[in-house]
Design a protein around this ligand. Structure first.
Ligand code: SF4
Ligand code: SF4
Length: 318
């Protein structure tokens, strides 16, 4: 697998990273052995870049997969912490749970618009200090927002940007509305020109674009300024597929089998705006007992029409 230097961090990473969220309890919820097996399989095949987060609860999979593994590795984790102490605890938790002295990259997780970055100044100060102590090598932020990506590019202490980008603009935000892929591309390019390492998330729009496998990957791997992309894997065969793609060996008529995947609504993200209810042509979305949108899988045809209207990317396929 080809490697690149991740901007001014100097870290050398594979162009495909493993988004560990997929194996954890908010998505496939794989048994520990099974999730660690897919992860170790990817590491043994040559992927050296992992994305995780305090909120994903996936550190045990990584710890298990790394038993006896001696290859080079770059782990990126993140926390939604706002205050200094909460971020300090998040970094310590990551080091302890994954049994690592150093976490190569640590980020503010999902920074939103409207002063969120300023609000989280305490957490940012903690990241700066962790970097100066050497327990973290590079710091930055992950975001779905074009305006935040632009802010990150202008932040001199920021090493890394982890933005959401895909060819249908699914989930991209700008100010309090929707953003476009073209706007995010510009922010990415700006960040890259300023020396930040940039790796993208949601190339498949949370699973909704998996049926456009090649198109989705062709798009993110041709954006100027993106060094790598995090891809979620739940099976060894999906790891094999990405290697075939990156090596130019994927058959032209390749179409992944997505029959086993279902559209779901992340109950932690849904903001009850109900835009998706109006969009569904099959009346497959209902309001559950918590007042949040939910899917009736007996009616859902996984057409994906609902996902683009969700302002918070709560509708995902897994
Ligand atoms: S569009 Fe998204 S945020 Fe709005 S109700 Fe549907 S799932 Fe929830
Ligand atoms: S995927 Fe299609 S059928 Fe399923 S809930 Fe969304 S709009 Fe409705």
């Amino acid at each position: 697998m080809e490697k690149v230097i991740l901007g001014k961090t100097g870290l050398e990473v594979t162009k495909v990273g493993f988004g560990v969220l997929t194996v954890g309890n908010t998505q496939l919820n794989l048994p520990l052995e099974e999730g660690a097996d897919v992860l170790r399989y990817a590491l043994d095949r040559g992927i050296n870049f992992l994305d995780t987060a305090q909120a994903y609860e996936t550190y045990p999979y990584i710890r298990k997969a790394l038993k006896g593994f001696n290859g080079d590795l770059v782990i990126s984790s993140k926390s939604v912490a706002v205050a200094y102490q909460a971020m300090e605890e998040a970094i310590e938790e990551a080091r302890k749970e994954m049994d690592r002295d150093v976490i190569e990259i640590f980020l503010l997780h999902e920074v939103r618009h409207n002063g969120d970055l300023q609000l989280r100044r305490g957490a940012w100060e903690c990241l700066l200090e962790a970097r100066s102590k050497g327990i973290v090598k590079a710091i930055g932020l992950s975001t779905h927002h074009v305006d935040v990506a632009e802010e990150a590019a202008d932040l001199p202490e920021c090493d890394v940007l982890f933005p959401l980008i895909n060819f249908r603009s699914l989930g991209i935000r700008k100010d309090s509305g929707l953003g476009t892929k073209e706007e995010m591309e510009k922010a990415i390019q700006k960040a890259s020109e300023k020396g930040l390492g940039v790796f993208g998330m949601k190339a498949f729009g949370g699973g909704n674009l998996t049926g456009h496998y090649r198109e989705a990957l062709d798009y993110v791997y041709n954006i100027p300024g993106i060094h790598a992309n995090m891809i979620g894997f739940g099976h060894r065969r999906e790891v094999d597929d990405i290697f075939s793609y990156m090596e130019g060996q994927l058959p032209g008529d390749y179409n992944p089998d997505i029959r086993y995947k279902k559209i779901n609504i992340d109950q932690g993200d849904c903001e009850a705006c109900y835009a998706c209810l109006k969009k569904c042509p099959n009346m497959a979305i209902f309001i559950n007992e918590n007042g949040l949108a939910d899917i009736n899988h007996e009616k859902c045809l996984t057409c994906g029409y609902c996902a683009p209207v969700c302002p918070v990317r709560a509708i995902i396929m897994f």
